[in-house]
Design a protein around this ligand. Structure first.
Ligand code: HEC
Length: 133
């Protein structure tokens, strides 16, 4: 039985994709991650088209700016030593008014942007979707 299944699985794998065999879906950068909400998908596209990835990392793992993986809901230390939780409100302000609350340890300043409130909400949804990443 299991050998039969395995054989079928290998055939399917070759024909389609490893996902059919219950493996982890391959990580994708296309905004097509299974279960990703429409808002998060829009947010990911915006974050790429608006140049955010240039500083926050091609996969938002961090670079000149802080990484977004696991950021939502975590505690961040601000330049004045205050510790805040990176909730929706914090993330929204961080994007809408980049110099309002500066993170400790970054001398680089994040540039202002012209994102609308709706676009910022989509990006926050995307950052939230990276919380367990
Ligand atoms: C020139 C580099 C640069 C670009 C481009 C940039 N950022 Fe940033 N970003 C930073 C730096 C540096 C920080 C940390 C300092 C601070 O708090 O401003 C930061 C902080 C943040 C934070 C808070 C993160 C945290 O860990 O507290 C968010 C959210 C954020 N950026 C989102 C964005 C979005 C969305 C865009 C695109 C519209 C963007 N950034 C573009 C450099 C950049």
């Amino acid at each position: 039985m299991s050998r039969l299944l395995l054989g079928a699985c290998i055939t399917v794998t070759m024909a389609v994709t490893a996902v059919a065999c219950g493996g982890d879906p391959a990580p994708t950068t296309e905004g097509t991650v299974a279960g990703q909400s429409a808002a998060a998908a829009r947010g990911e596209r915006l974050a790429r088209s608006q140049g955010c990835a240039g500083c926050h990392g091609g996969d938002f793992q961090g670079g000149a700016g802080p990484g977004w993986i696991g950021l939502a809901g975590s505690e961040v230390v601000l330049a004045d030593g205050t510790v805040v939780v990176a909730d929706d409100e914090y993330l929204t302000v961080a994007i809408a008014d980049p110099n309002a609350q500066l993170r400790e340890g970054y001398t680089l300043r994040m540039p202002a942007n012209n994102l609308t409130d709706a676009e910022i909400a989509d990006i926050v949804a995307y950052i939230n979707s990276l919380a367990d990443g």
